[in-house]
Design a protein around this ligand. Structure first.
Ligand SMILES: *Cc1c(COP(=O)(O)O)cnc(C)c1O
Length: 412
């Protein structure tokens, strides 16, 4: 791509095969929203679905809705839609709990599937909740330890004692893609199970769990899947492990026959045994409604636009980076980059606050990273132009020095 012009970007928007999808989301007037990697925008379909679930289903049909409106099967149904985005079969994915809880469940299950092995290997670029959960698992189980290593050290760290490797598909800070095929194969060379976190890749780039022979995976519902704040997460268990995996939170929803009310736990067949308790139906319905849009758009087209958005952002912001002391944290090469561009700057927090005040919403990750996420279904090429123009203005006017931009809020 050559240096974009405003006209050129407008032209790209006119030619964009995904341009009509923006109308399916509520994108507030006057806002350039580049934080779909933290909280996806709200699909209009989610509002309609929620109103119908609230009034017709919960409101009128009440408890009958578990059967009449398919609530009982909704975790599998929605899981099947997610499966289509991540290269899995429909009955290998189920929606449940939060990403953190799913990781806890799968880590312990993985350790049980590899008795005699004592180590979990994780990567320093993993999202902190993943590391915290793994620390909790190691503290809970005698003889189990956690080793956190830089990516470059993975191949040395994994060995005959490693029960599981846990890694993010796209780094939450750098936006760098980790090679799913290569790292899964590395784990398998040692008989180690591989657990991928797809929170920053599902819905925005093609994921090929089955092609890469992945064992287990988790992911988040509220980022590129647009499921809404605190949307339930999902988990994947490969067919080849589904009948041997032993659930850790042996709740009734994962029981073979919850409504027999037996005294003893017996796991359901297939993916359903990985449910714990009842899934939040309102949140699940919103997630389900939004997924249909992603599937209709097609992950391949989304990925192509995402790469161009990122490339345009890097090209346009390079002069601003050079003049004002930013560095590019994300890979320059779109092939190795997910759908975000991260920059670092010592005053990153205040700069992002000043930018948000100008209507460009990205986010900040301590200690110094500004993240700009691109959601190709509702972001336009022209948004990239506007975002960089505002960044330049914030820097030229030194707006970020104002005291109100230097007070930390609870959520950054
Ligand atoms: C967003 C995200 C999570 C979120 O975890 P929750 O428990 O659902 O809040 C987990 N892992 C990664 C890699 C994430 O990006």
């Amino acid at each position: 791509m050559s240096m974009p012009t405003r006209n050129g970007l407008e032209q790209m928007d006119r030619m964009d095969p995904l341009r009509s999808f923006r109308q399916e989301f509520l994108v507030p007037e006057g806002i350039v929203y580049l934080d779909g990697n933290s909280l996806g925008a709200r699909p209009h379909a989610a509002r309609e679905r929620l109103l119908s679930v609230l009034d017709d289903q919960w409101g009128n049909d009440l408890v009958k809705s578990w059967n009449a409106h398919g609530w009982y099967r909704l975790p599998e149904h929605t899981g099947g839609s997610i499966a289509a985005l991540i290269g899995a079969e429909a009955d290998e994915v189920i929606v449940a709990d939060s990403t953190s809880v799913n990781l806890f469940k799968l880590l312990i299950a993985a350790l049980r599937m590899r008795p005699g092995r004592s180590e979990i290997v994780a990567e320093t670029g993993d999202f902190p909740t993943n590391l915290y959960v793994a620390q909790g698992v190691a503290a809970l189980l005698p003889g189990i330890s956690l080793r956190i290593v830089d990516k470059a050290m993975l191949s040395e760290a994994v060995g005959p004692d490693t029960a599981a490797v846990m890694i993010n598909h796209v780094g939450y800070r750098s936006g760098e893609i980790n090679d799913m095929k290569e790292i899964s194969a590395l784990a398998h060379t040692h008989g180690t199970l591989i657990i991928w976190d797809l929170s920053h890749s599902a819905g925005v780039l093609p994921v090929r769990l089955n092609d890469c022979a992945v064992d287990l995976a988790v992911g988040c519902g509220y980022k590129y899947l647009n499921g809404g704040p605190g949307a339930p997460a999902y988990l994947y268990v490969s067919k080849r492990h589904q009948e041997t995996i032993e659930p850790v939170i042996t709740g009734w929803m994962g029981h073979v026959a919850p409504f027999e009310f037996d005294l003893d736990y017996r796991p359901a067949a297939g993916i359903r045994r990985n449910l714990s308790g009842t899934t939040p139906i309102l949140s699940l319905a919103a997630l389900d409604a939004g997924l249909e849009i992603l599937i209709r758009a097609g992950v391949q087209s989304i990925r192509e636009k995402s790469r161009r958005l990122g490339d345009a952002f890097i090209l346009l912001s390079q002069p601003v980076m050079d003049e004002f002391g930013f560095s590019l944290v994300s890979p320059h090469d779109a092939e190795r980059r997910g759908s975000q561009v991260a920059l670092s700057h010592p005053d990153g927090y205040a700069i992002m606050q000043a930018l948000i005040a100008r209507g460009v919403v990205g986010d900040f990750r301590a200690p110094d990273t500004l993240r700009f996420g691109f959601a190709p279904l509702y972001n336009r090429y022209i948004d990239v132009w506007d975002a960089v123009a505002q960044l330049r203005a914030v820097m030229q006017n030194q707006e970020w020095k104002r005291p109100e931009f230097n007070r930390r809020q609870a959520v950054t």
